[in-house]
Write a protein that binds this ligand. Structure first.
Ligand code: DHB
Ligand code: MG
Length: 216
């Protein structure tokens, strides 16, 4: 996967992120990602998601697109015992894998995993969230934002992966095998930037993480 961020710099961030916390389950999940070319966010981004969730004292996190639980691992740490991370993914095999990994990490009891469409899962949940995190198929970014923005509490966060898209958002070009994704991510970025209820910024770790605080 070509990334706009220098591999050495990301490696440096990753090493730093691992100074205070490490767990064998992380290495297992990373091995699976490498073997199956599954796009996990990695430790530098994971650490950042944990940090942001802790910063606002998040207790309830909604994930749109969870894979086998790599980002949920970091959010589950942040919400603490009694906190909740709601995961979504259409592939039941991912839910099974997540259960195995997160149980081994002692975090599974903080997680509720919904197999099915991410936005259907969001609609089926009631109430507001401290954090909504988005990592769904890239064509779904604008609709995910529209569905989630009113479900984030004031003082809560919208966090969204891949908003730099290896630099394609700046040039407008598409990645060969994912036509339309660049336009979709650019539309998402524009919608967030123009919403006066949110103060957002793209944090350029790995492939860029939209970090937007709901202020009203
Ligand atoms: C890719 C990376 C991601 O983080 C993701 O969520 C989807 C795709 C990729 O590089 O192809
Ligand atoms: Mg991603």
């Amino acid at each position: 996967m070509s990334r706009w961020m220098d591999d050495r710099v990301e490696g440096y961030l990753t090493d730093l992120a691992g100074q205070e916390h490490d767990h064998p389950v992380l290495a297992q999940m990373e091995e699976r990602a490498a073997a199956h070319q599954f796009p996990i966010i990695g430790r530098a981004s994971g650490r950042f998601l944990e940090l942001m969730a802790r910063t606002i004292g998040a207790r309830r996190v909604m994930e749109l697109g969870s894979g086998y639980g790599y980002s949920a691992y970091w959010f589950a740490r942040a919400v603490g015992p009694g906190g909740e991370v709601v995961c979504t993914d259409s592939d039941p095999a991912n839910a099974e894998l997540a259960a195995g990994y997160l149980r081994e990490a002692g975090l599974w009891e903080r997680v509720r995993y919904r197999v099915g469409d991410a936005l259907a899962g969001l609609a089926a949940e009631s109430g507001e969230f401290d954090v909504v995190y988005c990592d769904v198929d890239k064509l779904g970014y604008p609709d995910s934002w529209r569905a989630a923005r009113d479900r984030i509490r004031t003082g809560g966060l919208w966090l969204c992966d891949n908003v730099i898209w290896s630099g394609h958002v700046a040039t407008g070009t598409d990645r060969e095998r994912l036509p339309g994704a660049t336009a979709s991510i650019r539309e998402h970025n524009q919608l967030v930037a123009a919403d006066d209820r949110f103060v957002g910024s793209i944090v350029p770790i790995r492939d860029g993480i939209m970090t937007a605080l709901r202020v009203r």
